[in-house]
Design a protein around this ligand. Structure first.
Ligand code: NAD
Ligand code: DAU
Length: 335
């Protein structure tokens, strides 16, 4: 039996990962530790909340005593908990430093003091920084450029140091841009899909030529599981979708699929320090036998349909605290 402590499980990827675990492994027992920040939403896990194998604990990964109590009970720790939105990190970096760095440290300390079988640190491709040509392998120097990615880099390297120094059984994954169900509508794809559904403007930063590599969230969840079962301790694994697109290509795809006019495109002030391009070389994981199962088009179509079918989920978010928060200087579009 595997006892998982999943942190940040009420967020986008964490909730998809918990659903994936409970579906795939009947013997899995999952504790979800989440602070329920603006991004944490228990509605993301409505369908599993009564599963006897699942338990939710509201709390902060920076709370050392609580974290220790939960790590004592776990075999496997998967740390998703983070402040995750680059724009917010530009406006207010404090919580990024606290949660993304100190929170990871608190979890690693608990893992050092108690025996666990595995500690997976969910890092990001943003730790490498931007690359104009070619792709990042796992041993490329790290050059993060936003308070978010710098905080994630801190956690990534602290996790590695706990493997080298203390023998904590750490693995680190660096994934590219996810999309899919339950993606908070402040990020590019869910924001643009939901704005288009409401005939509102799509705020494109700068010239729209920045490139991201997109992966369906279920493929990311499978990638993490693959690393856990097949990867080496102390290793870093890139997990990418192999779908590099400019933001303009993403925008055009959404508008075309939803049969909305190009006049919804609105060019707005660029994100400060906006990374031009992310690109991962995933040959390490591909050579071991992992690859994404969804094509970009299949996954986008499933995602668009999910947002069409779940207006209550995203309308509640967009009409509430999200709207209040998002009156920032980077986007002039109405939400
Ligand atoms: P998200 O913002 O949707 O979810 C983050 C979750 O963490 C929320 O439920 C929130 O309540 C919780 N949380 C925040 N601070 C906490 C704290 N101090 N203690 C406990 N819980 C806390 O983020 P996401 O997009 O699901 O990303 C999850 C992880 O994956 C993050 O570590 C992120 O850096 C990483 N990642 C994301 C992507 C992506 O494209 N979204 C890609 C690569 C890596
Ligand atoms: O690459 C992995 C990272 O992807 C994760 O580590 C982060 O947690 C996640 O938020 C994401 O970061 P990005 O900054 O790449 O994602 P975001 O959806 O915010 O932006 C994607 C691109 O779209 C980026 O070039 C900025 C642009 N953009 C974004 C928004 C929200 C716009 O043009 N307009 C927008 O309104």
């Amino acid at each position: 039996m595997s006892k998982y402590l999943v942190t940040g499980g009420a967020g986008f990827i964490g909730s998809n990962y918990i659903r994936f675990l409970l579906r795939k492994y009947p013997e899995a027992v999952v504790v979800n530790l989440d602070k329920l920040t603006y991004a944490g939403n228990l509605e993301n896990l409505k369908d599993v909340e009564n599963d006897h194998r699942y338990r939710f604990v509201k709390g902060d990964i920076c709370d050392e005593a609580l974290v220790n109590d939960l790590v004592v009970e776990a075999d496997i720790v998967v740390n998703f908990a983070a402040e995750s939105h680059v724009d917010r990190s530009i406006g207010a970096p404090d919580d990024f430093i606290k949660t993304d760095i100190f929170g990871a440290f608190a979890l690693l300390e608990a893992a050092r003091k108690n025996h666990i079988d595995r500690f997976i640190q969910i890092s990001t491709d943003e730790v490498y920084g931007s690359i104009d040509q070619g792709s990042f392998t796992e041993d490329h120097p790290l050059m993060p450029s936003s308070p978010y990615s710098a905080s994630k880099t801190g956690a990534d390297r602290i996790a590695f140091s706990y493997f080298v120094t203390y023998g904590v059984p750490v693995q680190i994954t660096r994934c590219s841009n996810n999309f899919g169900p339950y993606h908070y509508p402040e990020k590019l794809i869910p924001l643009f899909v939901t704005n288009a559904l409401e005939d509102k403007a799509l705020p494109i930063y700068g010239d729209g030529k920045n490139v991201r590599d997109w992966i369906y969230v279920e493929d990311h969840c499978e990638g993490i599981d693959f690393v856990l079962r097949n990867g080496e301790l102390g290793e870093v694994y890139n997990i990418g979708g192999g779908n590099e697109k400019t933001n303009m290509e993403i925008t055009d795809y959404i508008l075309a699929k939803l049969e909305k006019p190009a006049t919804l495109k609105e060019f707005v002030k660029d994100r400060p320090g906006h990374d031009q391009r992310y690109s991962l070389d995933c040959s390490k994981l591909h050579a071991m036998g992992w690859g994404p199962k969804h094509s970009f088009e299949q996954a986008m179509d499933k995602t668009l349909q999910w947002y069409i079918d779940h207006p209550d989920w995203w309308k509640k978010i967009k009409s509430g605290e999200y709207l209040d928060y998002y009156k920032n200087q980077y986007s002039s579009a109405s939400l």
